[in-house]
Design a protein around this ligand. Structure first.
Ligand code: SAM
Ligand code: SF4
Length: 477
């Protein structure tokens, strides 16, 4: 079977959109690149280090590279790419669960409709305000709002809740970017949500393997593979060009999902001339009412490898890692080019104000493994030399596709992203950090300033840092 990436092939009018994922094709590509040689692996790596997106066949070589020295080479290259392209910034965000009513029955999710143990709740206006104030009090500036799938959570509801979040401004902070993780909408629905000023609209396909998909999505709208697969195409039609894709690792063979994700990326490039803004790779966690076969469980070794492969395969997208993963996995894969993580995460409904000591699976979607506070995460990042960033400048200046700009515009990171990360870090240190974090944070800022040889630019940055110390906020390049 030949694979030709002819953009015309995927135009809405020409062909049903859903046909771009072909399980036989993906199996065939993976199966025809078994046992690659070290030379083949090195050639693919070299292509990626030259900042080229890999083909499906090249990615298949990497997913089949099992020898320890091959895996080492893949991980080392991912680190190199991350350092060359993205530098030391890590963007921080927090998820906020708005409602856990759900008509679907996804066998892996605590919110599934057949799980009668789950307490159902939809945040009202005041509840949202309370959660947002609590998040702002810790220093967050970027949120992702998460919703079950339910007629009550229609486009207007999503848009209204986004507006409530943006309107919460109190003396101790503000949310500057709201992303969405919700069910796929129709084109009209996306237009309404776009109007509310969202950042990225994320929809994870969960698995690109249709037979598995149909097995784990028992009922509700979500059981329709094609409706979900084309969800972000409708978003594009509705004017949302900032989209995030993902797969839930552990439902089917991880190699298939990696190639499936890449095929989805190709589709966006072919049809819209721009790939997705972000890729997420949640690994399945235990949940209330959980009924998933462990057959495809992804080991830590495979998980860390697959993240390095994704970095190499699509060097220009943002990679999002969440608190589903324990600290030691986070620490390793941050080095392979993860660009965004959540911090101080609580996925329980009203969790940011409930202050419970222990997780309770009947109140949340699934178990999380990293329950450190935002400040603990910040301090650790700083100690490891990363610059935690709350920057939202690209989005607010209409420089869409922030990660793409970073990747494709030479010098962009040094001129915009790094200084903006430094400025948002300084805001955090002034407004929220305890003394020990503040000291370490300012030391990191001072060290980072040494990277700037251009004295004029460095002068401007130092001037803005001074203004932040004097109480000005929200300064960016
Ligand atoms: N209800 C919407 C949907 O299904 O697309 C959006 C929100 S859903 C709560 C967000 C994502 O959580 C899902 O796309 C799925 O990948 C992930 N998820 C669900 N159950 C999970 C589990 N047990 N472990 C890890 N991630 C899970
Ligand atoms: Fe509902 Fe989403 Fe959970 Fe499925 S993953 S049961 S759609 S909340």
């Amino acid at each position: 079977m030949s694979i030709i990436y002819n953009p015309q092939q995927y135009k809405l009018a020409d062909k049903p959109m859903e046909s771009f994922i072909d399980a036989d094709e993906i199996h065939e590509i993976i199966g025809s690149h078994l046992n690659p040689s070290m030379e083949q692996v090195e050639a693919v790596i070299a292509k990626s280090l030259n900042k080229n997106r890999l083909s499906l066949q090249e990615t298949a070589i990497l997913v089949n590279a099992n020898e320890p020295e091959m895996v080492d080479a893949i991980k080392t290259a991912a680190k190199q790419l991350k350092e060359q392209v993205y530098g030391k910034r890590i963007v921080l965000f927090a998820p906020l669960y708005v409602g856990n009513l759900c008509i679907n029955d996804c066998t892996y999710c605590g919110f599934r409709s057949s799980n009668k143990k789950q307490e159902r709740l939809t945040l009202g206006k005041q509840d949202i305000i309370d959660q947002v104030v609590a998040l702002e009090d810790t220093g967050h500036k970027r949120l992702i709002l998460v919703y079950g799938e339910h007629p009550r959570y229609d486009a207007q509801f999503i848009a209204d809740t986004v507006k409530i979040v943006y309107d919460v401004k109190h003396e101790n902070g503000e949310i500057r970017r709201v992303n969405i993780n919700a069910a796929p909408l129709d084109v009209e629905g996306y237009k309404i949500v776009k109007e509310a000023g969202i950042g990225t609209y994320q929809i994870f396909q969960e698995t690109y393997h249709k037979p598995t998909y149909e097995k784990v999505h028992i009922k509700g709208t979500k059981k329709h593979f094609d409706w979900r697969l084309t969800g972000l195409d409708r978003a594009q039609e509705g004017g949302i060009d900032d989209v995030g894709i993902g797969a839930l690792f552990g439902l089917y063979d991880w190699r298939f999902e990696v190639v499936g994700l890449l095929r989805h990326v190709n589709h966006f490039e072919a049809v819209y001339n721009v790939g997705p803004h972000t890729i997420s790779f949640p690994r399945i966690q235990s949940a209330s009412g959980f009924e998933v076969d462990k057959k495809y469980e992804v080991s830590d070794a495979d998980f860390t490898k697959l993240v390095a492969i994704l970095r190499l395969a699509v060097p220009y997208t943002g990679l999002i890692l969440t608190a589903r993963e324990p600290g030691y996995i986070r620490d390793e894969i941050l080095q392979y080019g993860v660009s965004q993580i959540d911090g101080g995460t609580n996925i329980e409904m009203k969790g940011y104000t409930s202050h419970k000591e222990q997780q309770d699976l009947d109140h949340e979607q699934f178990e999380i493994c990293d329950d450190r506070s935002l400040n603990e995460v910040m301090e650790e990042l700083v100690e490891d030399g990363y610059i935690p960033s709350f920057c939202t400048a690209c989005y607010r200046l209409n420089r869409t596709g922030e990660h793409f700009m970073e990747f494709s515009v030479p010098g962009f990171i040094k001129r915009f992203c790094q200084p903006n990360a430094i400025l948002t870090l300084a805001e955090y240190l002034e407004d929220y950090a305890p003394a020990s974090t503040k000291e370490k944070g300012y030391q990191l800022i001072e060290d980072s300033l040494k990277d700037y040889e251009d004295e004029r630019f460095k002068g401007k940055l130092i001037e803005r840092l001074g203004k932040i110390k004097d109480g000005e906020r929200d300064l960016y390049f």
